[in-house]
Ligand binder design. Structure first.
Ligand SMILES: Nc1ncnc2c1ncn2[C@@H]1O[C@H](COP(=O)(O)OP(=O)(O)OP(=O)(O)O)[C@@H](O)[C@H]1O
Length: 452
């Protein structure tokens, strides 16, 4: 997962050198799974052809997807059939609006058989998502985010637990009967179809009887792709492909849109502009949206509601502000913030008067202040500026206490120039409130797997 730019101690490699432990690993997801084989799978394949074809294209994007005859006809340059870009010149000023579903997941459990026994991928997750909101599922790799998304989609069947849309129990419904739109990592666009054909693939398969020209116009305008309906995916930029995938997901007027790492392969500036665009689209259309992401900045920017996963269970949920301001556990604090890990017996902890029976203490880098006016800071601990790194718009200070414990903090260049501007070797006083500290033990923040 891409971390927020402002780094602190414990960043990607962990700064608490004397503890010799890295911070929690946060690698990027690279995989998606198809539904398990069996009679139920056959049923889904029949009922959910559009989404499964998309899933298969995603799993093997270079492979030609088995298409109905009409698609082959179009690929060979057959009749327009309403799927080529509209030449009518009609302006699509109507935004397709739907009422997003209220989605409730209750006590969801999913076990997978592995060579080592049963594995609890989702272990009693309950969460509610309000209509028209964006929920981000966040958590370390392997914590169960994608599995929960697939359970909500009907691409996996739960061992126990229920899914409700607007109060209706849809746990037994096939994928096709859930009114969903999907955006997969890699987008899973059909390479041999134009943008317009990609967008109308779902409505054609479902024989929705829509005016396809109008639908294409609406969605191209909504996703700012006007004029690109006749292009093929290889002729598009990464950002344009992503917007086609969103347009295709919205083409069947879904009540719920599911996105799995939708910005994965794009550069940070494009990601930022696309997520602003996505939020605007979701809010205009009104579709309830769930996004799986490794990127916290993305989740914080995009989501109304974030859900933090740990080992198949939901550790905390709330608005991004609630979760970042008041993490409920060391795991969440460690996951959502740039933190320092220090021994609970160290000088700083004693000096600020923080008490814990845990062996370590965690504090947010952003909560550390450096001062030189010791008189006004009776609980401050003295330390030495051990190193200072120039990071463009940011400056990082590495500070070492007299008992050899390190913390680090990052400040903007402006703050550095106005307030800090310390030299390496200079004595400073570190000011942290005890309320900003949390005692922990390593097992509380580890992200290991859970066998049944
Ligand atoms: N079909 C499967 N068979 C066996 N184990 C599986 C299967 N699908 C998922 N798992 C396991 O379940 C756990 C949760 O996987 P999941 O993909 O939901 O995690 P995630 O949080 O989305 O991770 P990532 O962010 O890396 O994609 C992982 O340990 C994964 O290996």
């Amino acid at each position: 997962m891409t971390q927020a730019v402002a780094a602190g101690c414990g960043g990607s490699v962990g700064l608490c050198r004397q503890l010799g432990r890295p911070t929690a690993p946060q690698s990027r997801a690279q995989r998606h799974r198809l539904p398990q084989q069996g009679p139920r799978h056959a049923h889904y394949q029949q009922r959910a052809a559009p989404v499964l074809a998309a899933a298969e294209a995603e799993a093997a994007p270079e492979t030609a997807v088995a298409l109905p005859a009409v698609e082959h006809e179009q690929q060979r340059g057959g009749s327009n059939n309403g799927t080529q870009p509209s030449t009518s010149g009609r302006q699509a000023d109507a935004v397709p609006t739907v009422r997003g579903a209220k989605v409730v997941v209750r006590d969801m459990v999913k076990h997978f058989k592995t060579p080592r026994g049963l594995f609890k991928a989702v272990n009693g997750a309950s969460v509610a998502m309000e209509p028209g909101t964006i929920t981000a599922l966040l958590g370390p790799s392997g914590s169960g985010k994608t599995t929960l998304l697939r359970l909500i989609a009907g691409l996996e069947q739960p061992n126990s637990g229920r899914v409700y849309f607007d109060g209706e129990d849809i746990t037994e419904y096939g994928v096709q009967d859930r009114d969903l739109g999907f955006v997969f990592q890699g987008y899973a666009l059909f390479k041999h179809m134009t943008v317009a054909q990609n967008i109308t693939f779902g409505p054609r398969m479902r024989k929705m009887g829509l005016d396809l020209d109008a639908k294409v116009d609406e969605l191209l305008t909504l996703t700012e792709l006007d004029g690109l309906g006749g292009r093929y995916p290889p002729q598009l930029s990464g950002g344009q492909k992503q917007r086609v995938a969103v347009a295709r997901a919205l083409a069947c007027n879904p009540r719920l849109m599911l996105l799995d790492e939708p910005f994965g392969a794009l550069d940070p500036l494009v990601r930022k502009s696309l997520r602003n665009g996505l939020r605007e689209i979701v809010k205009r259309v009104g579709v309830t949206t769930i996004i799986v992401t490794h990127d916290q900045e993305e989740a914080w920017d995009l989501a109304d509601h974030v859900v933090i996963f740990n080992k198949g269970a939901i550790e905390q949920e709330g608005t991004p502000e609630e979760v970042s301001r008041a993490p409920v556990s060391p795991f969440v604090m460690n996951f959502v913030a740039d933190v320092c890990h220090i021994p609970s017996t160290c000088q700083l902890v004693r000096k600020v008067g923080f008490h814990t029976d845990k062996p370590y203490v965690m504090l947010r880098s952003a909560d550390i202040r450096l001062r030189t006016d010791f008189e006004e800071c009776t609980s401050c601990a003295a330390a030495t500026v051990h190193d200072k790194a120039n990071m463009g718009k940011l400056v990082r200070y590495y500070v070492r206490f007299d008992d050899d414990v390190d913390v680090d903090l990052t400040v903007s260049r402006q703050v550095d120039e106005e307030r800090y501007d310390f030299d390496v070797g200079q004595r400073v006083f570190v000011d942290v409130s005890p309320e900003q500290m949390m005692g922990f033990d390593w097992h509380e923040i580890s992200t290991g797997a859970t066998d049944v």
